[in-house]
Design a protein around this ligand. Sequence first.
Ligand SMILES: *Cc1c(COP(=O)(O)O)cnc(C)c1O
Length: 452
Amino acid sequence: MNSDAIKKLKSLDKDVLWHPFTAMKEYQGEEPLIIERGEGSCLFDIEGNRYLDGISSLWVTVHGHRKREIDEAVKAQIDRIAHSTLLGLSNVPAVQLSEKLLAIAPKNLRKVFYSDSGSTAVEIAIKMAFQYFGNRNNVGAGPRACPPPGRPQGAAPTKTKFVTLENAYHGDTIGSVSVGGIDLFHSIYRPLLFDSYKIPRFDLAWAENLLHEKQGEIAAVIVEPLIQAAAGMILQPPGFLRGLRALTRKYNILLIVDEVATGFGRTGRMFACDHEGIEPDLLCLAKGITGGYLPLAATLSTQEVFDGFYADYEELKTFFHGHTYTGNPLACAAAIANLEVFEKERTVEKLQKKIAVLTDLLVPLAEHPHVKEIRQLGMMVGIELVKDRKKGRDYPLEERIGHKVTLAARKRGVVIRPLGSVIVLMPPLSVTEEECKILARVVFQAIDEVCK
Ligand SMILES: *Cc1c(COP(=O)(O)O)cnc(C)c1O
């Protein structure tokens, strides 16, 4: 790209684009980084500079950029058809992918419902859980006006509440924000949200009290398994997920597991559920599902939940939900190729050594005077920075310490993105040991440069 074209793109970026989760006033004062292409673990900007993709392009890239098998699958699908609807019709890749997903997911899951982002996968799980109990009580959409004999007039679904965790993040649409718990992103929208119960401090005893007392009104508990990624890579105590599974079973409440961030190998197992051997009632998948190629999400359900909607049309128990691009063939073709690479390359097996290497590389960083704690699960790492470790003083929000470290790392050829004062590392699963070393070294230097 010549220098005029580069200049033009950079100025247009500031003129016409509104970036997500970005303070635009500050952004416009900074030099934009515009990516033109990628290769393996690397990104290249319009000036030809190379960067290590330290966050898998926001937690999605799995086998690297321009993975030959996925490129070819998408191209082959393009030669057949790019899109056809799943509303009343079907398409080849959507069917084939469903079979493949169910083969690797927890064994109790039997049905796949597609959408296009993590937020919609969660939104769907919430609506399914709510309607499932409504349908079971015969409170369908239409017949509510005319309840069956013996039902009190105007009966409403009773199990309408959701339970979530402190610091939960499940996406940005109104329903998923309603079960979110990160004040910085969520409190502004409070008047638009429905109320949900929040389990504090991973306290299972507290959760049991709540579920016992409110079992008649709670439809589901929703949880990010093992690690709350967006909250700053907060690790749960071992057994917590299994404990929630036991409690929800005991009180006839559904368990929704949100593996949008953790799914597809990121934690060192195909799914985080596998670490604790649990089976959710509803499972939300997105981010890594296409290997980071195209927007696709899936909500997997049990036969039991599905059966709650299985009725003659006039009972109106249908799940009245569907996004226009649901089950898009191109995205499904990419996802199939992604899963085939997992099998062919034994990605999860080979990951174990890289995880150990990454852990070792981070040891010296833990000694840094401005590092409070390093938290890691598989290829997900959070490095929490602190202004004064001895006095336990955190960096104030306005210091934007994480952002400054990001800019310092960028100068050195590494792309990362922080969560407040937590530096996130989440390289593609295909990252090499050599690239892990570069990542750790650059992040160390960047923290050193910025934190005083
Ligand atoms: C990213 C994320 C979401 C939201 O996914 P989008 O594709 O950004 O809508 C939901 N849940 C978890 C756990 C996530 O990490």
